[in-house]
Write a protein that binds this ligand. Structure first.
Ligand code: TRH
Length: 382
């Protein structure tokens, strides 16, 4: 049997940054917090560089933060398979690698996060492929799922959580952003979101708003709102009560700081969504667009679960803004109504982040799961 300490992760970047965002965080945690030897195979190093800024996309192999990063392409030669193999998001392991895997290889397919009830039943199920067993590992919000990706230290106590959020002005100042008492909003979303209507609603807010937009595919829509052809990083634009700052696409660590520094975070997909939860601040989540409106079910399952203990009128405002953000228009009334609940939401989200942090995190659950699988194999052999 090979060493349980050696794990391979396969990451195919379908689009956007979520696949690599999740895989890189997981790799770092498995290495740092569980002392595992991690190799991560990535099929698009140029996109990965956005998330791992020190990465050199020209190298076939390199080591960053004690993790071996290998460029994965059609001609990649594999010499061995590790004892535990993570296939992220059903990215399909290469046949030449599958050929090296043995019946006792722990092959885990890491699935997408969802708060839907069916996840509890599907988590940790498996299927046979030839002499191999593929396990389906579902992240989730309940004890019966694979948990949420979280560093051990991130929300150890309510005080750490509050400390993480302290000194927002310092972080913003380091980014070259002015210090002020505006309501601070970060905006990361898909380009099909009703961005113009949201910015209009922000501009018409009763209080002044500073909105921070990391450079991404939404810049053309933002430029259109300000009647500009294009926008550059570093620009600051004002309309009525809204001042919008175009900031660079940040490192993952700095993006986390941004979330901690803002009063409201607009997030999307998977990884930024989870980070918004750990930031313990009010957030609006835009799920990744899926066919047959699956993303709407995903959104409502999450809202029902996460806000179940909040007051009814807060739930209504949260739902109204999320539904509007998912549709074609965010009205000023919907936005202002959400802002009116902000004090309640701040306390609520802080509490939720602490509550969810009491559950075992995803990386730890993966380690426990793999150890259990090995034990089963050994016991069945004896
Ligand atoms: O980029 P995404 O839309 O990723 C999506 C989802 O994961 C979706 O489920 C998947 O099907 C699709 O990809 C292929 O959103 P997500 O998951 O939030 O990932 C963004 C990553 O980018 C996250 O790790 C945070 C990081 N990020 C930065 O590091 N700096 C930044 O400035 C910003 C805005 C994000």
């Amino acid at each position: 049997m090979a060493s349980l300490k050696n794990w391979d992760i396969f990451c195919k970047i379908v689009d956007n940054f979520g696949d690599i965002g999740v895989c890189w965080r997981l790799a770092k945690q498995l290495q740092c917090e569980h002392q595992l030897n991690i190799r991560i195979f990535i099929d698009d190093l140029h996109v990965a560089k956005q998330i791992i800024p020190t990465l050199d996309p020209t190298l076939a192999q390199q080591t960053i933060q004690n993790i071996t990063i290998i460029s994965w392409h059609a001609n990649t030669t594999f010499t061995n398979a590790t004892q535990v193999v993570i296939e992220s998001f059903a990215c399909e392991l290469p046949p030449s690698y599958l050929a090296l895997m043995r019946p006792d290889t722990i092959w885990i397919n890491l699935e997408y996060l969802s708060a839907e009830a069916w996840v509890d039943d599907f988590h940790a199920k498996n299927s046979k492929r030839g002499h191999l067993t593929r396990h389906f590992f579902f992240p989730g919000f309940t004890a019966n799922t694979g948990g949420l990706l979280r560093e051990h230290e991130i929300v150890k106590t309510k005080q750490t959580l509050i400390n993480n959020q302290a000194h927002p002005q310092d972080f913003l100042k380091n980014l070259g952003l002015p210090a002020n008492d505006d309501l601070k909003v970060s905006l990361f979303c898909y380009p099909h979101a009703p961005i113009t209507s949201l910015l209009t609603a922000m501009a018409e807010s009763k209080q002044r708003i500073s909105c921070y937009v990391p450079a991404s595919s939404i810049l053309p829509s933002v430029a259109k709102f300000f009647e500009r052809g294009a926008l550059q990083i570093g620009e600051q634009l004002t309309h009525k009560n809204l001042t919008l700052h175009v900031i660079p696409f940040l490192s993952q660590a700095n993006y986390d700081h941004l979330l901690n520094s803002c009063d409201i975070n607009f997030v999307r997909g998977e990884d930024s969504w989870v980070r918004a939860i750990w930031a313990g601040k009010p957030f609006i989540w835009q799920p990744y667009l899926q066919t047959e409106e699956t993303h709407i079910q995903k959104l409502h399952a999450f809202l029902n679960l996460y806000y179940s203990a909040s007051e009814k009128n807060t739930q209504e405002s949260v739902l109204a803004l999320h539904n509007a953000w998912l549709s074609e228009h965010v009205s000023s009334t919907t936005w202002q109504d959400y802002l009116n609940k902000l004090i309640t939401l701040k306390t609520f989200c802080l509490h939720q982040s602490y509550t969810y942090a009491q559950q075992t995190d995803l990386a730890t659950k993966l380690v426990i799961f793999s150890e259990k699988m090995i034990k089963n194999i050994v016991e069945n052999k004896v």
